[in-house]
Design a protein around this ligand. Structure first.
Ligand code: SF4
Ligand code: SF4
Length: 579
């Protein structure tokens, strides 16, 4: 028998399968060009998009084969996984600025299976696990049908997977708006989130640049990966979840500070649409603190408003660094394992330090925030920046130090005297008031070490060492001409990320702060996508659906929590929201 005769049955079966296949899948490349391509936009142009789509089409075709088996495929975890994986290059390529492939496919899948689009989305969402697209797609369809509470629940589920997801945040606000229109009640924070912000001003995108981590697509490995140096135009990536460029890859400080993305966020503030800001996370928005344009008097900001400036020649007032993950702890709220930069990453970090970061800080009045990710003493890269700040070129630099505090020993203070001279604000993340809880939530930290170090920091703060201590009002700090959140900025603060494992210790934590002479920040626990959504949900006691939520609310009313040392800025995020 010749080989063509041997292959004959296989060829016939394939032919039959092809004939039975609906035409959209039979001609998937054509369908993708006609239906997905027009929905997308890429900063690298149409040819780049075309190339990306050519690459994903075979994987998409293979994932969609499961539909041959009928609607049961929708309940299959593997189908949901393969579908999302096929689309990952689109979803995680930062240069693709407008996405919509999943939404484009839903009507076709529904037509093929003779089902309702919403049912298709809901069934895939039910098995989607840590993938947000189907959940968000189901949420928007629920909203179209007036089922706003279910839509809000979808948004919250998607945000539990990844807090910094702009589309999930939009879905939540649209659902809350619909609830209000239908006569439903909202909390004060939610009402503030929905308010018209035209004519209101926020200084942050004109003063701050954050260098953090974003998720990107690695073409070589075919996997998602963390992108070091992704920049954001506000203090926290979850508040403005929009990547404006890259601190480590930028050509110069100016190219990073005035990138097209930075200009676009500034435009959105000046126009008052605040399109890139999270209306459920940003403290200034949820607390209703944004000033009216006419109330802004600081000369630099006045000039920016009056001339509608989006390109700023004088550079940032605060550079926040959080691009190196290296840390001596692996707190379960943040990561699953200890992380240290490898050699290749260290070289990239050092190139970015020499080309952009240090030139951005040199001979200027500027604040540097270290760090929102990783620890300034455990990371070789951050430590090298702290060392560089000893030089006279950096006399104008003030340091906003955020550390887990384990490396800030009495010895460190002695060997790095520039720290005590330059620290504007010292924030230490502790998350516990007892040894047992500390060593559970800050692994593998040691309570005895942090307790001793906190005492030493308290002594320095009481002696008036830190810069903010030296001014009566604290408003002379280098980072802002306009404090929107803090009536009285602090100089030494201990921080506590609220979760089921520690919330009962909140009053005790306030007493600890009193003892060492610190202020306190309680913060909501955000999902960084490093743990399954169900694990996050089981820890997030701020959710009304959590079984310990009522007990948590009682703790918030404890007299100790009314202590003036407790910073009010973030409390609205902890108080009861609508379900
Ligand atoms: S309004 Fe909030 S989220 Fe937007 S830039 Fe200002 S502080 Fe950031
Ligand atoms: S100390 Fe901070 S950076 Fe380090 S693991 Fe804990 S939360 Fe993450």
């Amino acid at each position: 028998m010749t080989s063509s005769m041997r292959n004959y049955p296989t060829l016939v079966l394939r032919r039959i399968r092809l004939l039975r296949m609906p035409s959209w899948r039979r001609n998937l490349s054509k369908w993708v060009s006609a239906n997905i391509e027009p929905r997308l936009a890429s900063e690298r142009g149409d040819a780049h998009l075309c190339e990306l789509l050519t690459r994903i089409t075979p994987r998409l075709s293979s994932a969609l084969q499961a539909l041959d088996g009928g609607p049961e495929a929708l309940d299959d975890l593997q189908f949901a996984g393969r579908l999302h994986q096929a689309l990952n290059p689109l979803m995680f390529s930062p240069e693709v600025t407008v996405r919509g492939a999943f939404n484009a496919m839903l009507p076709e899948i529904a037509r093929e299976l003779s089902m309702d689009e919403l049912d298709v989305a809901m069934r895939i969402a039910a098995v989607a696990g840590g993938r947000r697209e189907a959940i968000v797609a189901a949420g928007f369809r629920l909203l179209e049908r007036g089922r706003h509470d279910e839509a809000a629940a979808c948004a919250r589920r998607a945000l539990d997977i990844m807090t910094a997801c702009p589309l999930s945040q939009k879905l939540l606000m649209d659902a809350l708006r619909a609830r209000r229109s239908a006569g439903g009640t909202l909390t004060a924070a939610e009402e503030n989130g929905l308010s018209d912000l035209r004519g209101r001003f926020c200084p942050r995108p004109f003063e701050v640049i954050v260098s953090g981590q974003g998720l990107g697509w690695n073409e070589k490995t075919g996997l998602t990966e963390q992108v070091m140096g992704s920049t954001y135009a506000c203090d926290c990536a979850a508040w403005v979840p929009f990547v404006t460029g890259n601190m480590l890859e930028g050509e110069s400080p100016d190219a990073v500070w005035n990138s097209a993305g930075m200009q676009e966020v500034r435009r959105s503030v000046l126009d008052g649409d605040y399109s890139y800001c999270s209306r459920s996370m940003c403290p200034a928005i949820v607390n209703g603190n944004l000033p009216r344009n006419e109330e802004v008097t600081a000369p630099r900001l006045r000039r920016i408003i009056d001339r509608r400036e989006t390109i700023l020649s004088d550079g940032p007032r605060l550079v926040a660094l959080g691009h190196d993950s290296s840390c001596n702890l692996a707190c379960p709220t943040c990561r699953n394992d200890l992380m240290m930069a490898n050699r290749e990453e260290s070289e990239r970090l050092d190139r970015g330090r020499d080309r952009v970061i240090l030139p951005m800080l040199r001979n200027r009045q500027i604040g540097v925030h270290m760090t929102s990710w990783g620890d300034p003493f455990a990371s070789r890269h951050y430590r090298s920046i702290l060392e560089a700040l000893r030089g006279p070129d950096y006399d104008g630099v003030g340091i906003f130090l955020l550390t887990n505090g384990l490396g800030l020993t009495r010895h460190t203070w002695e060997t790095m005297p520039q720290l005590a001279e330059k620290i504007v604000e010292l924030r230490v993340s502790v998350d516990a008031a007892t040894k047992a809880t500390y060593e559970n939530v800050r692994r593998p930290g040691k309570w005895d070490v942090i307790r001793e170090n906190l005492t030493a920091m308290g002594e320095l703060s009481r002696a008036g060492t830190f810069i903010r201590n030296r001014f009566a009002s604290g408003r002379e700090a280098v980072s802002s001409d306009l404090f929107i959140d803090l009536a009285t900025p602090y100089s030494f603060v201990i921080a506590f990320v609220v979760q089921s494992a520690n919330f009962r210790e909140m009053p005790e934590f306030v007493r600890l702060a009193e003892e060492i002479g610190a202020d306190v920040v309680f913060q909501k626990y955000y999902s960084f996508g490093h743990e399954p959504a169900a694990v996050f949900t089981s820890k997030d006691v701020t959710a009304p659906t959590h079984p310990e939520h009522n007990e948590f609310q009682t703790i918030l009313r404890d007299p100790a929590m009314q202590n003036p040392r407790v910073t009010k800025t973030f409390m609205a995020q902890l108080e009861t929201r609508s379900a």
